[in-house]
Design a binder for this molecule. Structure first.
Ligand code: FMN
Length: 325
């Protein structure tokens, strides 16, 4: 059975979870068009202001098609973990049958998901992480390459495929995909599906500020750099004049605090609070010159802000039979 059949979708195209850009209308639009929208729970609750179950109901009111959910399983605080476990239970209760786990050990997600017949795919950048996740029983991998938005990997799409294809699990390519040619290239390599992020930020349905979407349209591949200054670990952003001015590395104090587990979590929490506050402010009053524009190298294939439907037409047109699963 193909992955599209397993997931109940028409096209092997996922809109990856994006904190803070995964607004419910975007998730729903992707699923409505025959792809799979992935809910980012922290984004749904803390950025877009929905109580978790009510947010899922809202998405459900926009489409009856399948959706997925992102679970960042990194050990954080006890409160974070119990909240995330509760959200996974609610998602399963509400019929979500696909989970994308990231960081940490996804064993508890697998246990809960498999009990309800759901699938768990783990985000990986290297074989060593894939082997660890495999021990937890995951069903497949989201292979995050060196062109991805968010926290990019270091290997190319091909290198990652070659290092993981012997594991006998379906692989989904993430990073650098924004055109039909990119999609076909990933499928031709052997990937079962593709996951896009940046392309969907520059969509009408995404509620990110217009300046952010326009910056994606105007940026070229060479404008993408990684900076530690947003989350403490390298994150792909557009090199704006502000990024060029302040640099892309953290200062000695942050570097010191990042060495220890407890202070690392506290610092990440503070970085996250800061980035959510900046994003919320920008949604209401526009972006400031000091804001970061997260994007991957797929900006090279994005020349217009389009509706999700038009993005799907571009990605899947001619000949449709070669993509529809
Ligand atoms: C703004 C932004 C936020 C992201 N946030 C998350 C996240 O919260 N969880 C996650 O697993 N991946 C996250 N990602 C990664 C995406 O889900 C996806 O794998 C990636 O964007 C694919 O690369 P592309 O942007 O070149 O299409 C994020 C990506 C972007 C661009």
């Amino acid at each position: 059975m193909t992955l599209t059949h397993q997931l109940g979708i028409t096209y092997p195209i996922l809109c990856g979870a994006m904190y803070p850009c995964s607004n419910p209308e975007l998730v729903a639009a992707v699923s409505r068009c025959g792809g799979l929208g992935i809910v980012q729970p922290l984004s749904l609750v803390y950025v877009h202001g929905y109580e978790f179950r009510a947010g899922l109901h809202y998405i459900r009111s926009l489409t009856a098609n399948p959706i997925g959910m992102n679970v960042i399983v990194e050990k954080n605080s006890r409160l974070y973990e119990s909240r995330m476990r509760g959200w996974v239970d609610i998602a399963l209760d509400e019929g979500v049958r696909f989970f994308v786990t990231a960081l940490g050990k996804p064993d508890w997600v697998v246990e809960k998901a498999h009990a309800k017949g759901a699938l768990v795919f783990h985000d990986v950048t290297h074989r060593q992480w894939a082997l660890r996740a495999l021990e937890c029983g995951v069903d497949g991998f989201i292979c995050v390459n060196n062109r991805a938005g968010g926290h990019a990997g270091t290997l190319s799409m091909r290198e990652l495929y070659e290092s993981l294809c012997t594991l006998g699990k379906p692989l989904i390519a993430a990073g650098g995909i924004s055109t039909r040619t990119d999609v076909m290239e990933a499928l031709a390599l052997g990937y079962a599906a593709v996951q896009l992020g940046t392309r969907f930020v520059a969509s009408i349905e995404c509620t990110a500020p217009p300046e952010y979407k326009q910056a994606i349209v105007e940026a070229g591949e060479g404008d993408i750099v990684t900076t530690e200054r947003v989350t403490g670990v390298p994150l792909s952003v557009i090199r704006t004049p502000y990024v060029a001015k302040v640099g892309t590395t953290v200062g000695p104090l942050s570097r010191f605090l990042f060495r220890y587990r407890r202070t690392r979590h506290l610092l990440r929490f503070l970085y996250n609070v800061r980035s959510v506050m900046a994003f919320k402010r920008s949604m209401h009053s526009g972006m400031s010159t000091k804001d970061y524009y997260q994007a991957g190298k797929s900006v090279s294939g994005i020349d217009r802000i389009l509706s999700v439907e038009d993005i799907f037409s571009q990605l899947t047109s001619e000949p449709p039979s070669s993509l529809a699963g």
